[in-house]
Design a protein around this ligand. Structure first.
Ligand code: K7E
Ligand code: CUA
Length: 647
């Protein structure tokens, strides 16, 4: 078959369009395929994902950047990287945490117990929802290492808030949203005494605790309101991933745990190490939390206060059945509510099944008071079989589950390196298994954890890439793999190495749901407040004001100059730059950098930035624009003169 015939057979040529000669196309397809060792399946995969220059992606992947502290924004199906969003780490391109207004978030709000942090470990991005569907307005991410939650505004893909958990020393089961984004959930991982207290390991069972924090989200303000947030105290069971109910199960959240053995409490006693000690029991406990009930009990004054956070005590949560347990196969990891809200899929790392719990059964058992036992903390435990819809044999090391629009569940299988497609209602034999490279962690289908998954695409987020890429030394990238799930047979169609560590979960949203700003208007908007800044100036109003040792510089930027472009101060002066971009056209971004002051500001059209520093070193300091903004970009520069004392 000739290359042109192959194109026709693949349905690539448009009807009625003149076919050009292979030569005019710059080569013979068949010859290229042979030379590069490509099969027809490869060509089909390329045709499904190749996105010609100027064509836009249909979906956007918002992926955790793990311990890089960033979020990755990736176009799907092209797998083109669109942006790195600085969240828990400084990001010089966005001018975040680099001397400007973003410092107040990263180094101010972001302080945990008084400490400045310059990184975080992002695991689970979640999008804001309206009635269980993504609305494209906000994203929330958790920091496992330092128990924090960040709010990212999707108008400009910038981090607008960090809240720090005053109870926990690590958190994993976040940032999960409830169906109308009333709450953003953050759940502990490694148990510690709540609030940062000291207690020896011998007091593990009595003093160490977990907690589920319900951060109240104020949609109108676009911010979490810590004063209206509350927590539920949990036993020290090493809580894990969580998910929020929807529809019938709205008002509940579900949280895994993997150390009901409390093996962590025996770490100092020559007992089994944590990984074997925490795997001794056949069952751990799925936590069922009725947060609507918790909310009313807290409102009735049943909470105690720890570090300013209202906490519903464990004994109250147990007695009122705010917290109920269901046994779940040993050391589970994934916990995913089905799109219709009727089932909860749990997969255990050390169990070959996916177990589906039936919410209506759980609710009936709780309402009837039909419990199988009680745990040492007085929490009622349901009977495993009575709460179960059923189980499906998935493979070795099943982890997470996502969903499509045709009743399929897709479970990642870590040890087997597979994605398994199965039916979460019928629970019959798995339908298809596809190999991925290698050791998949999370996976996400298009809008797969919303009430209305889209099907079509699934991203496998693999922990290891091994032989997939040209070697870059011992530290290898992780491997994102795009799978076409639109047909009866899943097809792996594209790879993307991720050279930042280590992505966990992601969201895959229809691109047209995102309503981003073209630029800030009117000029002088502080992106962190959305309001025109007090220090913003219009052209003609630029000036330098001196007040004793304080110097305020009111500056504008527009192609291709800073006004003023020379600033004279005395050694020891406190200098505040108030910089207004007066550009009002798309993509006319400037930057501001200055020698030695560790300062990098991004000045998108209309953006206001502000930076304060002590001019403590005499000398001549060039400042310049960091974006190649025009033909006269190199000329977009100026000088700061710091006159020596007594000079
Ligand atoms: Cu990596 Cu969700 Cu933290 Cu599983 S988690 S993989
Ligand atoms: Cu402005 Cu370069």
């Amino acid at each position: 078959m000739t290359g042109a015939a192959l194109i026709l057979s693949l349905g690539l040529a448009c009807e009625g369009e003149e076919r050009e000669d292979d030569d005019e196309l710059g080569g013979d397809l068949e010859e290229i395929m042979e030379r590069r060792g490509l099969t027809e399946v490869d060509i089909l995969a390329a045709a499904k994902t190749y996105t010609p220059s100027g064509k836009l992606d249909e979906y956007v992947l918002l992926a955790s950047g793990g311990h890089s502290g960033h979020v990755l924004v990736i176009g799907v199906p092209s797998m083109r990287i669109l942006k790195y969003v600085g969240v828990f780490s400084p990001e010089p391109f966005q001018g975040y945490g680099m001397g400007g207004l973003g410092d107040a978030i990263l180094y101010g709000e972001g302080k945990q117990r008084g400490r400045t942090l310059t990184w975080g470990d992002i695991h689970h991005p979640n999008l804001s929802e309206t009635n269980g569907d993504y609305d494209g307005e906000f994203m929330f991410v958790n920091d496992k290492a330092n128990s924090r939650i960040a709010v990212i505004d999707l108008e400009d893909f910038m981090t607008k808030q960090i809240v720090t958990n005053p109870l926990l020393a690590s958190s994993h089961g976040g940032a999960i949203v409830t169906p109308n984004t009333d709450y953003v959930l953050e759940v502990s991982q490694y148990a510690t005494p709540l609030g940062g207290d000291y207690a020896p390991l011998s007091e593990f069972q009595t003093r160490y605790r977990g907690a589920a924090t319900f951060w109240k989200f104020d949609r109108a303000k676009g911010r979490i309101d810590p004063a209206r947030s509350f927590s539920v105290e949990l036993p020290p069971y090493a809580q894990d991933i969580s998910d929020a109910g929807k529809f019938a199960s709205d008002g509940y959240v579900f949280v895994n745990s993997w150390d009901t053995e409390m093996a962590a409490g025996k770490l100092g006693e020559g007992q089994p190490v944590l990984e074997s000690g925490a795997s001794q029991n056949d069952m751990d406990y799925l936590h069922v939390i009725n947060f609507k009930k918790a909310e009313s009990l807290v409102a009735e004054g049943k909470a105690i206060e720890i570090n300013g956070m209202r906490v519903l005590p464990l004994d109250v949560a147990a007695k009122e059945h705010v917290l109920v347990f269901i046994p779940e196969p040993k050391s589970p990891h994934g916990c995913d509510v089905t799109p219709d809200g009727t089932g909860i899929v749990v997969a255990g790392k050390l169990d070959t099944h996916a177990s589906v719990f039936e919410f209506s059964k759980i609710k009936d058992l709780i309402e009837r008071g039909e419990f199988a036992s009680t745990d040492p903390y007085g929490v009622s435990v349901l009977d495993f079989q009575k709460a179960l819809r059923g189980q499906v044999e998935i493979g070795l090391g099943p982890l997470h589950t996502t969903f499509d629009n045709t009743g399929h569940a897709y479970t990642s299988v870590f040890l087997d390196s597979t994605v398994v497609r199965w039916n979460y209602t019928k629970l019959d034999e798995p339908i298809q298994t596809i190999q991925v490279q290698y050791n998949i962690g999370h996976l996400i289908a298009a809008e797969g954890d919303s009430a209305h998954p889209q099907g079509q695409w699934l991203m496998a987020m693999n922990k290891m890439s091994q032989d997939r890429y040209v070697s870059t030394g011992p530290l290898l990238p992780q491997n994102f793999q795009l799978i076409d799930i639109s047909g009866p047979t899943m097809q792996l169609v594209a790879d993307l190495p991720i050279g930042l560590g280590e992505p966990h979960f992601a969201m895959l949203i229809k691109a047209d749901k995102l309503k981003t700003l073209d630029f800030y208007k009117p000029p002088g908007i502080n992106p962190y407040t959305g309001l025109r800044a007090e220090g913003a100036v219009a052209p003609g109003q630029e000036r330098v004001e001196r007040n004793g040792k304080k110097v305020d510089v009111y500056m504008t930027v527009i192609r291709s100059h800073f006004t003023p472009s020379t600033i004279e101060v005395d050694e020891g002066d406190e200098v505040t730059l108030h910089i207004t971009s007066v550009e009002q056209s798309r993509d006319q971004t400037h930057g501001f950098a200055i020698d030695m002051y560790n300062l990098s500001l991004s000045l998108e059209p209309g953006r206001y930035e502000q930076a304060t520093f002590i001019a403590d070193t005499p000398g001549v300091f060039p400042f310049y624009c960091t974006e190649f903004c025009s033909a006269l970009h190199l000329e977009m520069a100026g000088y700061l003169f710091v006159r020596p004392k007594g000079g």
